[in-house]
Design a protein around this ligand. Structure first.
Ligand code: PEP
Length: 251
């Protein structure tokens, strides 16, 4: 039985004041105990959110980490070991905004994934195709290649602790959501690819859906067999919406 997980990606949003308000508002939400929750604030707010959510059931993650796990001459980067030191146990790797806007390669994503695990963090590996790739019928090939490159670098055993997020790029921040059936098809294919290496690990891996998830569409997505929760962008900045999505995952 896979425990549902709802993750909030706050992206490059927030000030100390607005983050304090969001922490306060999250504290007023009812969250189901059956659902695991984590939020990913901007790196500069991680310490504030770790302190602010210390008494809550919500864990804190970072949106990225360096490919080198420990101290290194790597100006501007933040290592997984530094994130652990400030109380952060989770990290997003390979978000499409990093792949497509910042040019992060499959190989770099794999190295970051491995670095996170080396520091005992839980990486959330983001995979997904662009609209052009979907329209060209390349979705399974693209997502399969992104996953294969991480498997080649980190091995199937690493998925014992990791989480996967399928996020079609065309659905992120666009208001367009994949239908539950479209998402389920890709989630099942991801699990199938992992099961070729190890069925037990594949059956245990949580695969989140991300892309314009809101309170109103969460329940039908989470009802699908291979959708184990969501990675939520815009809607995670509103405590009411995030709370409602978490409650949908608990039903
Ligand atoms: C995301 O950026 O991971 C995401 C899913 O964003 P949104 O929910 O805003 O589409």
């Amino acid at each position: 039985m896979r425990r549902p997980l709802v993750a909030g990606n706050w992206k490059m949003n927030g000030t100390r004041a607005s983050v304090a308000e969001l922490i306060e508002a999250l504290g007023q939400q009812e969250f189901p105990e059956s659902v695991e929750m984590v939020v990913f604030p901007s790196c500069v707010h991680v310490g504030q959110v770790v302190s602010g959510l210390a008494d809550s059931a919500i864990a804190v993650g970072a949106q990225d980490c360096a490919a080198e796990p420990g101290f290194a001459a790597l100006t501007g980067e933040v290592s997984a070991s530094q994130l652990v030191d400030v109380g952060c146990g989770w990290v997003l790797v390979g978000h499409s905004e990093r792949r497509l806007i910042l040019g992060e390669s499959d190989e770099m994503t794999g190295r970051k994934f491995k670095a996170a695990l080396a520091c005992d963090m839980t990486p959330v590996l983001c995979l997904g195709e662009t609209l052009e790739q979907r329209q060209a019928g390349q979705t399974l090939e693209v997502v399969g290649r992104q996953l294969a490159s991480v498997l080649a670098i980190a091995g199937i055993g690493s998925f014992e602790k990791a989480v996967v997020a399928y996020e079609p790029v065309w659905a992120i921040g666009s208001g367009l959501t994949a239908t539950p059936q479209q998402a389920q098809e890709i989630h099942a294919a991801i699990r199938e690819q992992l099961s070729h290496e190890d069925k037990r690990i594949a059956d245990g891996v949580r695969i989140l859906y991300g892309g314009s998830v809101k309170a109103e569409n969460a329940a039908e997505l989470f009802a699908m067999a291979d959708i184990d929760g969501g990675l939520i962008g815009g809607a995670s900045l509103k405590a009411n919406e995030f709370g409602a999505i978490c409650r949908a995952a608990g039903n």
